[in-house]
Design a protein around this ligand. Structure first.
Ligand code: DLZ
Length: 159
């Protein structure tokens, strides 16, 4: 199933009470017309699952490339249980696309494993802006919601 067809926003599995958990959300400012709806979707989903607003902390970083360091700053805090990284990289004329996507996926994986905490990859990597809007509250749902669901599911793992 392609990611366009799979939509975790409608996930209806049982998630245990995680209201004592604290979430750090790192948001890339680059393509903010996309990353803001991703952030709103993530927050809405966490609130819907009983996470108090006070347990959701935001950090902005300039671009997707900087998400890894933002995630690390959150992950190293004992008080943070899970980190959600939100960004949007749009393929253009520049080779930046490949460098940024490769770096951020490796960086986020490293932080996950180093701190043994869920660090969620909520980064859109699309050919154009239309595809990104489709996934930021458009016809393919909101990947910010999905990133939040993923964080909750990872915190609910039995061990
Ligand atoms: C430089 C750059 C480019 C070309 N494209 C994007 C993009 O599509 N999405 C994104 O989040 N950031 C982009 N950036 C900025 C880099 O992520 C980073 O902020 C700069 O290279 C400075 O390290």
């Amino acid at each position: 199933m392609s990611s366009a067809d799979k939509n975790l926003s409608t996930y209806s599995g049982v998630i245990p009470d995680l209201s004592s958990k604290t979430f750090g959300i790192v948001v890339a400012e680059w393509n903010e017309e996309i990353t803001e709806p991703l952030y709103e979707g993530a927050v809405e989903t966490l609130l819907k699952h009983g996470i108090p607003k006070a347990n959701i902390i935001r950090m902005n970083v300039p671009g997707t490339f900087e998400l890894s360091l933002g995630a690390q700053r959150f992950a190293q805090k004992v008080s943070i249980d899970a980190v959600i990284c939100l960004g949007c990289v749009i393929q253009g004329e520049t080779r930046h696309f490949d460098f940024i996507c490769q770096a951020v996926s490796a960086g986020i994986t490293d932080v996950n494993l180093k701190y043994n905490k869920p660090v969620i990859f909520g980064v859109l990597t699309t050919d154009n802006k239309e595809q990104a809007f489709d996934r930021a509250g458009g016809k393919h749902g909101n990947k910010g919601d999905e990133a939040a669901i993923t964080a909750l599911k990872m915190l609910a793992l039995p061990f």
